[in-house]
Ligand binder design. Structure first.
Ligand code: LLP
Length: 414
């Protein structure tokens, strides 16, 4: 994250946050286009000599303007719903570069994806394979499919975001993989194009990725023996990011080691990164509403952003750095930074050393991925706006939700 103090003021890129807060009501998300492009360039450079496709994982941040940045750079997209496909189309993404993941694709979504001529479905089960064949047959077309293998690897990440264990709902168990490919081969409206896997998110070690790749490469060899030939292998999401320190995580070790494992298979490599492309490119700017010091010594900073705006801390016990927008003449104290929501789970950070006061601004770092997309209207709080720094200017890419818009779908039944 390029966030730094200059003359006692916090700057995100060239933007002085305290100054920005004077004419932009808090709380709000603020992204940096430059940082997104830098992260993408690192992947593109790493993959430039390899037959490959980067499919940005739309779920990590699906704002249309963000999708359009990836679309303009020729990226593909990893989607998990018809809604995400509609977003990709609106952002002028190329549907021929879309892979459709997820365990619960409905027949309507499958139909829409076939009509949109996506690159392939990442198939999660026998039932889904048969439904895709049926919908494709109804449309007199052929569906390209990749089978998602569950490599049964412990990704050593938070249990809620690990996906490659046998107890997880994702992918086809290794014992069933040959069988599902053989079945797919027999279906007249299915064309097998690839194999894919995804073992989880926020994985910070390379080993689980290489273990999974090694397992999948032996599956590919077995398929070949059975005369099942593929065009691509899709290696799932990217590396985790470093939430505690101001360092950019390099995709090189992941790409190098995994590509090496598949080198001899002669397959196109697809990768579906989300967090490592956008995670460190966004902040939330929030205002201190009150400073509460209890007689028992416990201290709270009550801010105007809450768990409905950023749910990662309570949901995954996730850590996000919090910084003061200005250095003021006060000594640091240990605070829990909490929102206005009526839940004890409504915290953004605990035991943080901060020197601040009411009406001062704070910045929550690294919220570009799985931030706004997980926001809700809990406690009847309208969703907060999203801005992006682009060509040195702060541009609005999503207006603050209005109370009237928030209740419009209910009001008509009153
Ligand atoms: N591909 C598939 C099939 C996925 O399920 C995911 C993320 C990705 C790619 C992108 O993974 P990434 O490169 O971002 O690690 N809300 C959680 C993260 C959920 C991740 C779900 N799947 C969080 O805030 O940590």
């Amino acid at each position: 994250m390029t966030i730094k103090y200059e003359n006692e003021c916090l700057y995100f890129g060239d933007i002085n946050i305290a100054e920005l807060g004077k004419d932009h009501n808090t709380p709000f998300y603020l992204y940096s286009e430059n940082l997104i492009l830098q992260n993408l360039d690192r992947y593109l450079n790493q993959l430039k000599t390899i037959d490959s496709l980067i499919c940005y994982s739309v779920k990590s941040n699906s704002n249309l303007s963000i999708l359009s940045i990836f679309a303009k750079k020729g990226c593909g997209f990893d989607i998990v719903s018809g809604g995400e496909l509609q977003r990709v189309i609106l952002a002028k993404g190329n549907t021929n570069k879309v892979v459709f993941s997820g365990v619960g694709k409905t027949n309507e979504e499958i139909k829409f994806a076939l009509e949109s001529k996506i690159l392939c479905f990442n198939v999660e089960s026998f039932g889904e394979l048969n439904r895709i064949n049926q919908v494709a047959s109804d449309l007199s077309t052929t569906a390209n499919v990749s089978i998602r293998v569950n490599p049964e690897i412990d990704a050593k990440t938070h249990p809620y975001i690990t996906t490659g264990l046998s107890e997880n709902k994702f992918g086809v168990a290794q014992d069933d993989v040959l069988e599902i490919f053989l079945q797919a081969k027999k279906l007249s409206n299915i064309k097998i194009t690839g194999i894919d896997y995804h073992i989880g998110s926020q994985i910070t070690e390379i080993q689980p990725f290489t273990d999974a790749a090694t397992k999948v490469s032996s599956v590919i060899a077995e398929l070949r023996k059975n005369n099942i030939l593929l065009n691509h292998v899709d290696i799932g999401g990217g590396l985790g990011i470093n939430y505690s320190e101001n360092v950019t995580v390099d995709c090189k070790p992941l790409v190098d080691s995994v590509v090496k494992i598949f080198e001899n298979s002669n397959l196109k490599i697809i990768i579906e990164p989300g967090r490592s492309l956008v995670g460190n490119t966004g902040i939330i700017v929030t205002k201190v509403i009150d400073v509460k010091r209890n007689t028992n010594g416990k201290k709270f900073l009550i801010v105007d952003a809450g768990m409905n705006d950023l749910i990662r801390p309570p949901l995954y016990n996730a850590f996000h750095n919090i910084k003061e927008a200005r250095i003021i003449n006060r000594k640091k104290e240990k605070f829990d930074v909490v929102g206005p929501i009526c839940e004890t789970a409504d915290f953004l950070g605990k035991d943080r050393d901060l020197a601040t006061d009411s009406n001062e601004l704070l910045v929550i770092e690294d919220v570009g991925a799985y931030g706004f997309v997980l926001a809700s209207n809990y406690n009847s709080r309208p969703k907060i706006p999203e801005y992006i720094i682009s060509s040195g200017l702060v541009k609005c890419i999503r207006a603050r939700e209005l109370f009237d818009d928030m209740i419009a779908d209910e009001k008509k039944y009153l």
